[in-house]
Design a protein around this ligand. Structure first.
Ligand SMILES: NC(=O)c1ccc[n+]([C@@H]2O[C@H](COP(=O)([O-])OP(=O)(O)OC[C@H]3O[C@@H](n4cnc5c(N)ncnc54)[C@H](OP(=O)(O)O)[C@@H]3O)[C@@H](O)[C@H]2O)c1
Length: 347
């Protein structure tokens, strides 16, 4: 089996590389980034080639490609990879809302990865854990509405932004000021800022609209009343999401927690029972990197109908929110040697 990773030096690409070695240990890997170089991994030296080499006649043909590039470069390279015979999983936003391209979360709608499908879009890093937690509830009681507020880690913006954040945090916190004066009020270090990129005429940012539109597509619930507000928090890895949801049919707190704890009906969800959320945090998500952490399930104070609840979801944005889902989805085509990376928990 020949596997290609584009963006192999980035935050998501690095995670993909580690997971691909576990899922398909005998595969031949072709690694690409913006320029050629050698990288060290677990004592071995790996060759990374310039992605532009894929445009030439000697470009390697193969079976499976993971693309972890920005939107423009994905749009440029995905068609070429398909031409070279690869089945492609794209991590970017480019194809997510294309009606001809399945947008897939393993454990929710992986049935859409049929034999004839050659290109699959991987959802946004907040959408994957959100839909893993919502899908079982939607199947069992129906969802009438979902409001979500996200608190997103800096690594969601890529390696360069993460490195800048770590450097600014180190420098800023080294200065003896308790009120934050050493920090830039428009920067990420020591700050909470709107996730406001590409805010359009609706007043919502692209990140907020992704969460809304992708959730509807994955849950096959075009009319679902979803709204989102997103911000970035000064955390390196691990996204945290607060939800207010209304079910169509009544249920109870106990039923909700029991459903989410059932691995067959709620795959890859780790439940934290009880209202206080003891143990549930964004850093806990980096210990359980391939699961959506769900908890703090509570009935709304004003609920008299058994349909209105609050809950919290957290996940490692680089793993469950990106690389793990991509590998599990690809395992629908090429079975994984590692059961934790199979397309369904039981397979
Ligand atoms: N970070 C997350 O939490 C997350 C989660 C879900 C989805 N995603 C999506 O996944 C994709 C990758 O994100 P990331 O966080 O891994 O980004 P990143 O850390 O910035 O890595 C970007 C990768 O793209 C490569 N690249 C840059 N310019 C290129 C060019 N001209 N030609 C070919 N390769 C080029 C880089 O190679 P060099 O090292 O050579 O520059 C690097 O390997 C994005 O679409 C992002 O939206 C990210």
């Amino acid at each position: 089996m020949e596997i290609c990773i584009l963006g192999a030096t980035g935050l998501v690409g690095t995670e993909l590389l580690a997971l691909v070695e576990r899922a398909w240990p005998d595969a031949t890997l072709h690694l690409f980034a913006s320029r050629s170089r050698e990288i060290s991994r677990a004592g071995a030296t790996l060759t990374v080639r310039a992605a532009s080499d894929l445009e030439g006649p000697d470009a390697p043909r193969g079976d499976l490609a993971f693309v972890a590039l920005d939107d423009d470069h994905s749009a440029h390279y995905c068609p070429r990879l398909l031409e070279l015979g690869y089945r492609v999983i794209d991590k970017s936003n480019t194809y997510r809302l294309d009606p001809h391209v399945p947008l897939v979360v393993a454990g929710v709608n992986h049935q859409e990865v049929r034999e004839g499908v050659r290109l699959v879009a991987n959802p946004n890093c907040t959408t994957i854990p959100l839909t893993l937690a919502l899908a079982p509830i939607h199947r069992r009681w129906g969802l009438a509405s979902v409001q979500v507020s996200t608190y997103q880690a800096i690594s969601g913006a890529g390696a360069t932004t993460l490195d800048d954040f770590l450097e600014q945090s180190k420098t800023g916190y080294a200065q003896p000021d308790r009120l934050g004066a050493p920090f830039d009020p428009s920067g990420y270090a020591a700050n909470v800022v709107p996730h406001a990129g590409n805010t359009d005429a609706t007043g919502f940012s692209s990140e907020e609209l992704k969460l809304v539109r992708e959730s509807r597509k994955i849950l096959a619930a075009e009319g679902l009343d979803v709204s989102a507000q997103c911000c970035r928090v000064p955390v390196a890895v691990g996204h945290y999401e607060q939800l207010w949801l209304t079910t169509k049919r009544p249920t109870s707190l106990e039923n909700l927690e029991t459903l989410l704890a059932d691995g067959a009906r709620a795959p890859w969800v780790r439940v934290y029972r009880g209202a206080s959320g003891q143990g549930l945090s964004s850093l806990a998500a980096t210990e359980h990197r391939d699961e959506a952490l769900a908890g703090r399930v509570r009935a709304r104070l004003d609920d008299t109908t058994g349909t209105r609840y609050c809950m919290t979801v957290a996940a490692d944005n680089l793993r469950l929110g990106a690389a793990t889902n991509a590998v599990r989805v690809a395992a629908s085509w090429f079975p994984s040697a590692d059961a934790a990376l199979a397309s369904t928990p039981s397979s």
